[in-house]
Design a protein around this ligand. Structure first.
Ligand code: MFK
Length: 552
């Protein structure tokens, strides 16, 4: 009887042509030499012991124990073995810290995202608490609240596991997850201590509830309704004896995927909290956190896509059907290459947004790049998340029946990918945020305004050095999709209904432009035509989704 050999993984950094080629372009040689050992080590861990542990840990899930044997409410969460190991590795390898240590200026963020990209697919979405930890550190630093910065930030960005804290982001309430301004949690001021409040309310979807701190929103008594009436608060979840601070964990959520993430429903019963920054404008003040977790979402999307393909390409060499390995079947390989092209496109967009964040954090960002960062963050998040779900679904299919069987570990890829378009702003909410970032109002007043000049200018710059005719042609496809999106805006018909098609068009257009730029570089510096083939194919894979509406 013959058995099918399972897919296996090698060093996830060394085997990743896309990541290595990209880093060779953006990093000066001395920087690449300095950061590579950390990436090789993370690539080794991700392809060997962490991956094996993930397969072995498949059936374990976090547990909530609400009561002890003697009737005391304890609300103890126990996370899985892999999560405990992932926390230690994340701290030691600086999966958050690298961005803050600033050893390589603006490229520190790129280095950190590369570590996160390698770490994520083998650690059962431990990227979720890390994303919020990173976002909380960035938000506290931007707030200028020195007391909270001194108290929490050193713990959030340490490499010492025993001192490492993670952060939660408690936003969603029973009133919903997108319209955060509806939040009902009330903040009652302490009569004697400045900036100290007690929170009362229910948080309905609090990811990674095992965190030491959380940033959350609540309405100080007497404040008006809406997002402006909310304030941003800092909470320490436990007191010095390790007891939850007037927080009850009602239950863990029974989710489709991300099953290892202990997402909970909480009741805040007078939880002590400190104001982070002002007593109003909580929604605006929490957006630095959202923009960092949206970056992590994009990096996680490309990480999961890449993992699925690493397994699928390896399997194609091992699986023999109809007389030959699948890797020798043109149709099978064409299918996988199509997914590879989507992954490369998404990769370049996510890492470009990482570069912009890095420039901002290092204080080296131009005015143009500030605008690009604001506009491309929602576009990148929504575009890459949709690509991740599509790629994960196709990866499962590429394994035939095995892709549908739980103990291969493959179905989890699809389930975990499905959260990516949902949390951190759904596709539609982010399409509308794209409008907000571009200053577009869905009323007719915005007709005639030119909002896409920031992208047009950037494309022209990228395309200046393109010489390969295939790439010139692909660049023209990007330009023409951008021009169409711009015309559609000028016409201004039914803008809100078309917001998703518009945002996805911009996402795919920018992905194509980035692929074109990278491909020319790769030809010139690596004598490699693979990226050109990807750009050529991506240009023919549906870039322009805008549909013109007849005038009303
Ligand atoms: C694997 C990695 C993933 C990480 C996992 C993390 C797990 C955590 C799971 C979750 O917590 S999921 C829940 C996440 N929730 C969201 O992402 C909320 C989605 N909804 C939105 O993003 C809405 O667009 C928003 C709540 C912001 C709309 O609220 P409002 O009250 O209608 O906002 P408004 O009045 O338009 O904006 C308030 C201010 O914020 C404005 O500035 P001004 O006050 O100066 O006018 C906006 O320009 C500004 N703003 C809004 N979004 C912004 C922003 N500024 C910068 N960046 C943004 N993204």
């Amino acid at each position: 009887m013959s058995h099918q050999a399972p897919p296996t993984l090698g060093n996830q950094y060394e085997d990743d042509r896309m990541l290595r080629s990209y880093l060779s372009r953006v990093c000066p040689t001395d920087v690449l030499r300095e950061i590579e050992p950390s990436l090789i080590e993370m690539g080794r861990l991700a392809g060997s012991e962490l991956y094996q542990m993930q397969l072995d840990d498949r059936l374990n899930e976090p547990t909530l124990t609400q009561w002890d044997a003697w009737g005391n409410r304890i609300d103890r969460i126990e996370v899985t073995h892999l999560w405990l190991k992932a926390e230690r590795i994340a701290a030691e390898h600086g999966v958050v810290a690298t961005a803050y240590e600033q050893k390589h200026g603006s490229l520190s963020r790129v280095h950190q995202c590369a570590l996160a990209y390698l770490f994520t697919p083998s650690t059962d979405i431990y990227s979720c608490p890390l994303a919020m930890t990173d976002g909380a550190a960035r938000t506290l630093i931007s707030s200028g609240n020195q007391l909270l910065i001194d108290r929490a930030v050193p713990h959030l960005i340490t490499r010492e596991p025993s001192k490492f804290w993670t952060a939660g982001q408690w936003m969603t309430e029973l009133t919903g997850g997108s319209d955060v301004g509806l939040s009902e949690t009330v903040a009652r001021k302490d009569q004697t201590l400045a900036d100290t409040f007690y929170l009362f309310g229910r948080k309905w979807f609090t990811s990674a509830v095992s965190a030491q701190i959380a940033l959350t929103l609540a309405r100080p008594e007497g404040n008006p309704p809406g997002g402006r009436g909310l304030a941003l608060f800092y909470v320490e979840t436990r007191d010095e004896q390790g007891r939850l601070q007037n927080i009850e964990i009602n239950r863990l959520k029974d989710k489709l995927g991300t099953r290892k993430v202990p997402t909970a429903e909480l009741t805040l019963n007078g939880t002590p909290a400190r104001l982070v920054y002002g007593t109003t404008d909580g929604v605006r003040n929490i957006t630095p956190l959202l923009n960092i977790t949206r970056l992590w979402n994009g990096i996680s999307s490309v990480a999961l896509m890449h993992r699925g393909l690493a397994l699928a390409f390896d399997y194609a060499k091992k699986r023999v059907a109809f007389g030959a390995p699948l890797s020798e079947k043109p149709l099978h390989m064409d299918t996988l290459l199509g997914l590879q092209v989507e992954t490369e496109a998404a990769f370049h967009l996510a890492f470009f947004v990482a570069e912009l964040n890095g420039k901002s954090e290092a204080g080296e960002i131009s005015e143009n790049d500030v605008q690009l960062l604001r506009v491309l963050t929602p576009i990148m998040k929504l575009t890459t998340a949709k690509q991740a779900v599509m790629v994960a679904s196709e990866v499962l299919e590429s394994f035939g029946g095995a892709g549908y069987i739980e103990d291969t570990g493959l179905p989890g890829l699809l389930r975990d990918s499905q959260v990516l378009p949902i949390w951190e702003g759904t596709t539609n909410v982010l399409a509308l945020d794209t409008f907000r970032a571009l200053g577009i109002h869905t009323t007719s007043e915005s007709k005639g305004e030119k909002r896409l000049e920031v992208l047009l200018w950037q494309f022209k710059l990228w395309f200046e050095s393109i010489r390969n005719p295939l790439l010139i042609h692909a660049g023209q496809t990007a330009m023409s999709a951008l021009a169409h999106a711009s015309r559609w805006l000028l016409e201004g018909n039914n803008l809100e209904a078309g917001a998703r098609r518009f945002a996805i068009t911009l996402g795919r257009t920018v992905e194509l432009a980035l692929l074109v730029r990278h491909a020319q570089w790769s030809e010139d510096h690596e004598a490699d035509g693979a990226a050109t083939a990807s750009a050529h194919r991506f240009a023919r894979s549906g870039i322009d989704m805008v549909i013109d509406q007849p005038s009303a």
